[in-house]
Design a protein around this ligand. Sequence first.
Ligand code: FES
Length: 168
Amino acid sequence: MITRDDVSKTVHDIYEKITQESFEEGDMLINALHAIQDHYGNYIPLEAAEALKELTGLPLAKIYEVMTFYTMFSNRPRGKYVIRVCKSLPCHVSRGGEVLDALKNKLGVDFSETTEDGLFTLEESSCLGLCGVSPVLMVNDEAYGNLTPERVEEIIDTLVTRERSDEE
Ligand code: FES
């Protein structure tokens, strides 16, 4: 179990590193949140926001506002692979519904849920800016377009196979 002190120390170390990398001041908070989220495996513990408040001098409300504005940030634990499915109209009308049904069936979870093995979390997203190759989804930072129900099953199978071989 992680304690408030553990989180505080971790955030302090991460923030110190970020400040040495000469980002624009406005990017500092975003970069720190990214690094904290990567450290904790796809989520930001709420205690981290409090530690950031001390380090940055920003109001807690401002830090929460940034954390909740960007859908890439989460304050609840998520799977190793966060799958963000575009639910905007161009994707929806190009077989997006079928693709989504296939994905939900394959994973056995709905939106905002994580598979029992902790590998996959399913999230919905608005336009991912790749409408030319709709329907589209992202797995962490990687985009997949021109999807079909068969293709999404292949993508999941590939990731599961990769995880199993990493375990061996
Ligand atoms: S509508 Fe889906 S990527 Fe733009």
